[in-house]
Ligand binder design. Structure first.
Ligand code: PLP
Length: 402
């Protein structure tokens, strides 16, 4: 346990950030493996991975070397020109499904913004004016830019920034009947997460995935899988969609793609690509040679079938241990999530902040999801022993706080 004065020494209340961020933050200095170290020297086991980004952990010399080598060679050329690392990465991503092109961006929001724009463009070209509606799901999270935000139907995120973009409807998640009653050819796209990463870790049911596949096909609606948090190994597969049988037309990746550097990818099929013309969409930094070089190294590791099989084994261990905590503590309602994106539903949500503070004092970093879910998304390279250590801390702290 960290002494109160040591924890205080690691914090600052002088951040130059807007009030939309906490004004008191722990300041981190460095990381190694699955541990983070703050400026006072306190060491934390990290079950958050920088919000599901640092899948390969910290202090990676291989990634740093690759980035440094590329930086000496060429850092930026804009999207008026191509570079070898960007082309190579694009080709590898396209091979993950039935895609013809990839639009690189810089964040999850940008990837979703791109997906929305491309779906609307396709729908207008194919079905005509006015067929621009978008369907999203209650508790979804697709980002903070205006298009992505408009499809993130949570009042605290949306209300201060109204009016949002028009034409967005909301359906309950996993509600097949609701979906059937809403979708028709006036929709351009449905935006879906396989696991609601920010909205409480609810997993898409296979029946819902099947209904989405069928209805989107029937009405020529672009099915957009937001795999920003779930994709690239987090749930044990390159695409979490595979785990539930979802067959998306468009896929967005971001968080772990470039090992912590900002990069996103929106994968599109031939029929959408056909409708795009020069100047329709763009970005200055997206797909630069440094981020795509590092992403190539990340994919070398993450897309290896043995690595993915190990992730699935660790996920089973995590699930069993979380079930054990849930069954031995009345303050825990149940276990949620998929793969290495899992959590505990806390019966009394007012206790969640105290639980997280107590875990931090015990040198374990966790995340929150929605109002009442404690989220665990460790680096995927974590060992069973390290998982075991963190889960023992979690169990002990849960029994004290809940
Ligand atoms: N989509 C999902 C599923 C996310 O979890 C997030 C971020 O948490 C985003 C989109 C937005 O990503 P970013 O914060 O990089 O813009």
């Amino acid at each position: 346990m960290i002494k109160a004065e040591d924890l205080q020494a690691a914090k600052t209340n002088k951040v130059p950030y807007p009030n939309s961020f906490s004004q008191e933050m722990v300041v981190f200095d460095h990381g190694k493996g699955v541990y983070l170290v703050d400026i006072a020297g306190n060491r934390y086991l990290d079950f958050g991975a920088g919000i599901a980004v640092n899948s390969l952990g910290y202090g990676r010399k291989d990634l740093a070397k690759a980035a440094a080598k590329q930086m000496k060679k060429l850092i930026h050329v804009s999207n008026l020109y191509a570079t070898r690392p960007s082309i190579a990465l694009g080709e590898r991503l396209l091979a993950l499904g039935n895609f013809q092109a990839v639009h690189f961006g810089n964040s999850g929001s940008e990837a979703m913004e791109t997906a929305i724009k491309f779906a609307r463009l396709y729908s207008r070209a194919k079905k005509g004016e006015g067929k621009h509606k978008l369907l999203c799901f209650a508790n979804a999270f697709h980002g903070r830019t205006m298009g992505a935000l408009s499809c993130t139907p949570t009042a605290k995120y949306q209300d201060p920034f109204a009016p949002l973009i028009p034409g967005v409807s909301v359906c309950n998640f996993n509600d097949v009947k609701g979906l059937e009653s809403m979708l028709d050819e006036s929709y351009a796209a449905v935006l879906a997460e396989v696991v609601q990463g920010e909205g409480g870790l609810t997993v898409m049911t296979k029946d819902f995935a099947k209904a989405l596949n069928n209805l989107c096909r029937k009405h020529d609606i672009m099915l957009i899988a937001d795999e920003v948090q779930t994709g690239l190994g987090r749930c044990g597969y390159p695409l979490a969609s595979k785990a539930v049988g979802l067959e998306p037309d468009i896929v967005s990746f971001s968080k772990p793609l470039a090992g912590g550097l900002p990069l996103s990818a929106t994968l599109i099929p031939e029929k959408v690509n056909k409708e795009l013309h020069i100047g329709h969409h763009g970005t200055t930094f997206g797909g630069g040679p440094v981020t795509t070089t590092v992403a190539g190294k990340v994919l070398d590791i993450i897309l290896n079938e043995r690595f993915l099989a190990e992730v699935r084994e660790k996920a089973t261990f995590l699930e069993e241990r979380l079930q054990d905590i849930a069954s031995s503590n009345k303050g825990v309602k149940g276990v949620k999530g998929l793969g290495m994106l899992k959590g505990l539903d806390i019966a009394d949500e007012s206790k969640l902040p105290d639980l997280m503070t107590a875990l931090q004092a015990e040198q374990l970093i966790v995340l929150r999801s929605g109002t009442c879910t404690l989220r665990i998304a460790p680096p995927l390279v974590i060992s069973i022993d390290e998982l075991d250590k963190g889960l023992s801390i979690l169990k002990a702290v849960c029994s004290k706080v809940l």
